[in-house]
Design a protein around this ligand. Structure first.
Ligand code: DGY
Length: 324
């Protein structure tokens, strides 16, 4: 019997063909994610799951798959949707796609910094509403990037690449991280999160979602930011307390937010943030270029094919916790 592989969303066909050559492959091709019930049914007896951020792969899903399950390969670098501890307990490898999306995501985060600084989305809506009647020397004024301070929370691969772009654009860059970054990319480590928030004109989040970073930016932290400051989130929605952010934007505690990720995703269509002009909202597209999404798909398939051959996935996040 060939091994079975479940791919939870539609994917690049050439990569699916690589899986089909090695395994009985089921691709859930509907554009929308599987419901919980559909997922629990579809995983039965599979050896590998090609997973996406939209799937919660917890112990129940692993147990529904059964003893055959050897690898869960995430299409993405963040794998907070997978209970990696539960996978390790069951000797299941968890793979991800680090590196290939670094520059694309950093480009996008920097694009959001620029778009927020110059109020691009808001100005576009203003024109489309037919409200642009004349040139106004005092309307829609933004912030200069050059000479401003950028605060980076999470100086890993993506944070460091954002630092490169910011330094090249004449920004002062400071960062807050658990440890000093080996190569600081022209950025200075500050002693506390509070110090970073108080000094930054722009704050950009690049930390993974973990129990420690959940709600990292809440009411207290937003109060420590400057009233003209901008918050950019391309990391994970739950790193920011959305209710506190909505209040801070409404009360003028901070000036602007640009969010590629929200909590929940998608953001409910009646959420107060959708009615506010000082927010740019995007549908989790930081890594969404043809080239990068292709590479992510290929790496996810590489992780699965290695495991089907009995080898550790080349990008395995729990290699030290499993016994293969
Ligand atoms: C990632 O790579 O983590 C992206 O956010 C897609 O999940």
């Amino acid at each position: 019997m060939p091994p079975r592989v479940l791919v939870t969303r539609r994917q690049f066909e050439d990569q699916m063909d690589r899986l089909r050559a090695a395994a009985d492959t089921v691709v859930l091709t509907r554009p929308e994610p599987a419901t919980r019930e559909e997922l629990l049914e579809a995983v039965k007896g599979v050896t590998a799951i090609f997973a996406h951020i939209t799937d919660s792969i917890d112990a129940d899903v692993m147990d529904a798959a059964g003893d055959s399950l050897k690898v869960i390969a995430e299409f993405g670098v963040g794998y907070d949707n997978i209970d990696a501890a539960a996978a390790s307990e069951r000797n299941i490898a968890v793979g991800n796609t680090p590196g290939v999306l670094t520059e694309t995501t950093a480009d996008f985060a920097f694009a959001l910094i620029q778009a927020a600084a110059r109020r691009l989305a808001e100005s576009d809506r203003f024109v489309r509403r037919g409200e642009w009647k004349w040139f106004d020397p005092l309307d829609l004024l933004g912030l200069d990037i050059n000479g401003s301070t950028l605060g980076i929370i999470g100086m890993g691969r993506i944070g460091s690449s954002v630092a490169d772009r910011a330094v090249a654009s004449g920004m002062r860059v400071i960062y807050y991280n658990r440890n000093r970054a080996g190569d600081e990319h022209g950025a200075e480590l500050v002693g506390s999160l509070g110090e970073l928030l108080a000094q930054s004109d722009f704050v950009t989040l690049h930390c993974p979602l973990t129990p420690e970073t959940q709600g990292l930016i809440g009411a207290e932290e937003l109060k420590q930011m400057q009233s003209h400051a901008v918050l950019i989130n391309t990391a994970r929605g739950p790193v920011v307390d959305m209710e506190a952010l909505t209040a801070a934007l409404a009360d003028g505690e901070i000036a602007y937010a640009a969010l590629d990720v929200t909590d929940p995703e998608p953001i409910p269509t009646d959420h107060a943030l959708l009615k506010m002009d000082n927010v740019t909202l995007l549908p989790h597209i930081a890594s969404a270029t043809v080239g990068t999404r292709r590479k992510m798909s290929e790496m996810t398939v590489d992780n699965i094919l290695a495991a089907l051959e009995g080898n550790l996935p080349p990008n395995c996040v729990n290699a030290d916790e499993i016994n293969w």
